[in-house]
Design a protein around this ligand. Structure first.
Ligand code: PAF
Length: 260
């Protein structure tokens, strides 16, 4: 049995996870739960897109066997006081910028695993740190399932699919592809021999400057296996970016893998 954990507002990225799950499992469960515990007090919990009717139709069309959409009260009854926390891997990137975020993710994902007992769970590589953190949690806590990573799905202009894209203003949406353009430029730079983190980050910032409606949250180069910052680009690395489009309050993240 497969679980595809989501926060709803399904898009083609989620559908690709569902399709991958469909070919490898007899039963596919999708969870759609906007998990309050992974949002900070100044984040977009209230504004996060929700459309359960549409999610249900998409799941039916994709051959999902069960759509699990619990309420916050069902997931977090009064007196709830148990948390799952992965250390180290959560220190940088989104972990640094969103304190408590991964504690909320790990706790809800553990609950979803316990509720659904899947053999496999499917996660997108767009949320690379989340994927690494969940895989580590599963290993460390001997959870009896496999985590299956799935490639990022992009719009024709390169923008990584995300439920949050729907909230961008038309002007922000026009600028948003510069995130992937910046990452692609960085990858090209590495492929042509650049090893300096400073130079690669500078190149990313130069491209991102085109998106003047966005404010850079971070531009980081980390080791792919443990998400630790590197001083030279070497081995398998992840170049990761987060940009905040303040007009609509939409934070976009994206990443690209490089091998040097
Ligand atoms: O990636 C997401 O949508 C969420 O973080 C997840 C894994 C469903 C947990 O709430």
């Amino acid at each position: 049995m497969a679980l595809v954990p989501t926060m709803g507002a399904l898009h083609e990225g989620h559908l690709s996870l569902i399709r991958a799950a469909r070919v490898e499992n007899d039963v596919v469960v999708v969870s759609a739960f906007v998990n309050p515990m992974q949002f900070g007090p100044r984040e977009d919990l209230e504004r996060y897109p929700r459309d359960l009717g549409r999610d249900r139709r998409l799941c039916e069309g994709a051959g999902v066997d069960l759509l699990f959409s619990p309420t916050a009260e069902e997931m977090y009854p009064r007196g709830f006081s148990t948390w799952v926390e992965v250390e180290g891997l959560t220190d940088g990137l989104c972990g640094r910028h969103r304190p408590g975020h991964f504690r909320g993710v790990c706790t809800v994902v553990t609950k979803l695993f316990n509720i659904c007992s899947p053999d496999r769970a499917y996660f997108g590589e767009k949320d690379a740190q989340q994927l690494a953190v969940v895989a580590r949690m599963v290993r460390d806590l001997d959870m009896r399932l496999a985590i299956v990573p799935c490639p990022t799905v992009r719009e024709a202009d390169g923008l990584a699919m995300s439920s949050r894209n729907a909230r961008l203003t038309p002007e922000e949406r026009a600028q948003a592809p510069s995130v992937y353009r910046a990452l692609s430029a960085a990858k090209k730079l590495v492929e042509t021999g650049e090893r300096s983190v400073v130079a690669v980050r500078d190149a990313i910032r130069t491209v991102l400057a085109e998106a003047d409606l966005g404010e850079i949250d971070y531009v980081e180069i980390v080791r792919a296996d443990d998400m630790a910052q590197v001083s030279v680009v070497e081995g398998s690395c992840l170049i990761a970016v987060a940009v905040n489009f303040g007009g609509s309050g939409t934070r976009l993240i994206d990443n690209i893998r490089v091998s040097a």
